[in-house]
Ligand binder design. Structure first.
Ligand code: AMP
Length: 610
């Protein structure tokens, strides 16, 4: 396929807001393709080179891209920067600039595969001189493209295409291109994606054998599975009702979710909740996990928490962060901040794919395969049959300092549901009576200049949630509270590469920050309650005419969610559910299982209302 055909299809997709039309364009793009050409187009359409978990990033900053555009179009860098500031999109600027270029001969046509190969090579260029090499390579490619292809090429390399075609859009298209387009087919495709985390592979299989070919998918050690997620309940009575009166309650450890892939021999590989490989940070776990297993291969899941080396007590989650990115200091951190992995699930046990089995059977298998050690332990659990029993357990673990519990269904249908948030697992946290039931993971999309003590840096940030159906990031709060000096200094560094001159198209808000950011960095916030606001766009229209949801008295918990990418941030649907829970909790009197601290008024925000 010519790269020009892909660019043309992407442009048509961009021009429509209609889901069906978008799907039709994708279907005709994908249907004729097979094998690696198909997976290549699937990745590129999403602005990726490889499945996300492989972590292949092009890593070209806008400033470098501007230089490449300048080289290819013979226009000064300043002119390009000025134009981009106005257009708000370096891709559009590239298109304009390339239109003005007179060439002696029309450029030779680029194929999708050639562009792909070169971009992959670009992504793998690292080390000294790599930036220069990237500029040269990109300029060479741009010299061979027409304006439209140039636009998309630049968007690929600066990482702005993520919101172009979303996973959901590709799944929809695959269901029509290679199956009967039914809801059932769509669900099976999504389940296959959640198991493989690789839309390219799903597409290739379907092109060969339709939906039936997806049944042949097997778990593969080293290829992460999208984690199963938990729903929320308003109170323990609702929780138990949802579980049909009986369930397992587990201690909710507040740490880092870890999926451990243990091959038949050799070291395990560890993946975070967003499927990033994190083993390098935890050499102690890499060593301890295989020793704690009676059999392998295996895929397990657990929560990794820091513990106090002298008392053995669980320490605050933030301390794990100290292990990040400091390879040479790891030894010291291993003794200063040792970690324990509390294992709570078993997805693969030897040759058997245990994830298909109901939870009680998985837990039993886990008990038989795991030989708990100092570093690797079994998550604490108890079976409850009444609100009183549940309440007793809950208060006991909260008394020990847990942030809450995770309830797990024991029903025959309680298989591990990769990537799904459902009532098979329900989380319930201690502070739902005193404030909003849960923390919210918001994506930073803007910054506001600070005043007074915070002059000269950002004093508050604009946060958004994610809407997977539209791929957009509607805002829900402006947070300044809870940002300590360390965070105020750290955030601008993290955000440097995300700074853009104009509001990114995917961001929706009624506010205008001093600096816009591409959705990239996720921050955890808490707040008093959700209210309706004309300034914010989360749940816009669902909670009242021209009103969205806003978090009142937001404060940052101090935690950058490095384990979450923008699309793992709290979703609009979750925010609406929290809004609904808050209303249902309010309308009840405080029940017999009231928990946590007495209700106190929320601390006033340091920031003037938005
Ligand atoms: P949240 O991150 O607040 O949505 O809560 C769900 C998370 O709780 C999971 O993704 C796990 O990382 C974590 N967690 C802690 N303890 C458990 C447990 N016993 N079972 C399942 N998840 C747990």
């Amino acid at each position: 396929m010519r790269f020009a055909d892909l660019a043309e299809a992407l442009e048509r997709i961009e021009a429509t807001t209609k889901r069906l039309e978008m799907r039709a364009i994708l279907v005709s793009l994908l249907r004729p393709l097979r094998g690696s050409e198909l997976s290549t187009v699937v990745y590129l359409a999403q602005g990726m080179l490889r499945p996300e978990y492989e972590g292949v990033e092009l890593g070209v900053a806008e400033s470098l891209a501007r230089r490449a555009i300048s080289d290819a179009t013979h226009r000064p860098v300043e002119a390009i920067a000025r134009h981009a500031k106005e257009s708000g999109d370096l891709g559009t600027t590239t298109e304009e600039m390339l239109r003005g270029v007179r060439r002696l001969a029309p450029p030779a046509e680029l194929s999708v595969e050639e562009v792909y190969g070169r971009l992959l090579a670009l992504a793998r260029t690292t080390g000294e001189g790599s930036q220069e090499a990237k500029v040269r390579e990109l300029a060479a490619l741009l010299e061979r493209t027409g304006p439209r292809e140039g636009k998309f090429l630049v968007r690929f390399v600066v990482g702005m295409l993520r919101v172009g075609v979303r996973e959901m859009g590709i799944l929809d298209a695959l269901a029509v291109a290679f199956a009967d387009g039914s809801k059932e087919a769509r669900l099976r495709i999504e389940a296959a994606f959640n198991l493989t985390s690789d839309l390219g592979e799903v597409a290739e299989r379907m092109a060969d054998g339709g939906v039936a070919a997806l049944d042949g998918i097997r778990l593969r050690v080293g290829r992460p599975i999208r984690p199963m997620l938990a729903e929320r309940a308003a109170d323990l009575a609702e929780l138990l009702e949802r579980m049909d009166g009986v369930c397992a309650l587990e201690y909710k450890y507040d740490g880092l979710r870890v999926q451990a892939h243990v091959p038949p021999d050799g070291p395990p590989r560890l993946f975070s909740r967003r499927l990033e490989e994190i083993g390098a940070q935890f050499p102690d776990l890499l060593e301890a996990i295989p020793r704690a297993l009676a059999r392998r291969p295996a895929i397990l899941e657990g929560e990794c928490v820091p513990i106090d080396p002298t008392t053995g007590a669980i320490r605050p989650f933030q301390e794990i962060g100290r292990r990040r990115g400091r390879k040479h200091e790891l030894d010291r951190y291993q003794s200063e901040v040792p970690v324990v992995l509390f294992v709570f699930d078993l997805l693969l046990d030897g040759e058997e794919e245990t994830y298909r089995r109901p939870f009680p059977e998985r837990r039993e298998a886990l008990g038989s395969v795991l030989r708990p050690s100092e570093r690797i332990r079994l998550a604490e659990e108890t079976i409850v049959r009444s609100v009183e029993e549940a309440s007793e357990y809950f208060e006991a673990v909260v008394g020990e300092g847990a942030e809450g519990i995770v309830a797990k269904s024991l029903a025959p249908g309680s298989a591990y549901r990769a990537g799904a948030r459902g009532f098979w697992w329900i989380k319930y946290k201690r502070d739902y009576q005193t404030e909003l039931a849960d923390s919210i993971d918001g994506v930073i999309v803007g910054g506001f200049h600070g005043r007074g003590r915070r002059a000269g840096r950002f004093g508050a940030y604009l946060l958004a949630v994610y809407d997977p159906s539209s791929g957009r990031f509607p805002s829900f709060c402006k947070v300044g509270s809870g940002l300590d000096d360390a965070l105020l200094a750290e955030l601008p560094k993290r955000l440097e590469a995300a700074a853009v001159d104009a509001r990114p198209a995917a961001v929706e808000t009624g506010l205008v920050p001093d600096q816009w950011f591409r959705p990239q960095v996720v921050l955890e916030v808490r707040g008093a309650e959700l209210s309706r606001s004309p300034n914010h766009r989360a749940g816009y229209g669902s909670v009242g005419p021209e009103l969205g949801l806003a978090l009142r008295f937001p404060r940052c918990t101090g935690r950058i969610r490095e384990d979450k990418g923008p699309t793992e941030a709290t979703s609009v649907a979750e925010l609406l559910r929290l809004f609904e829970l808050q209303t249902s909790v309010r309308s009840k009197s405080v029940g017999h299982h009231a928990v946590g601290a007495p209700k106190s008024p929320p601390a006033p925000s340091e920031d003037p209302p938005a």
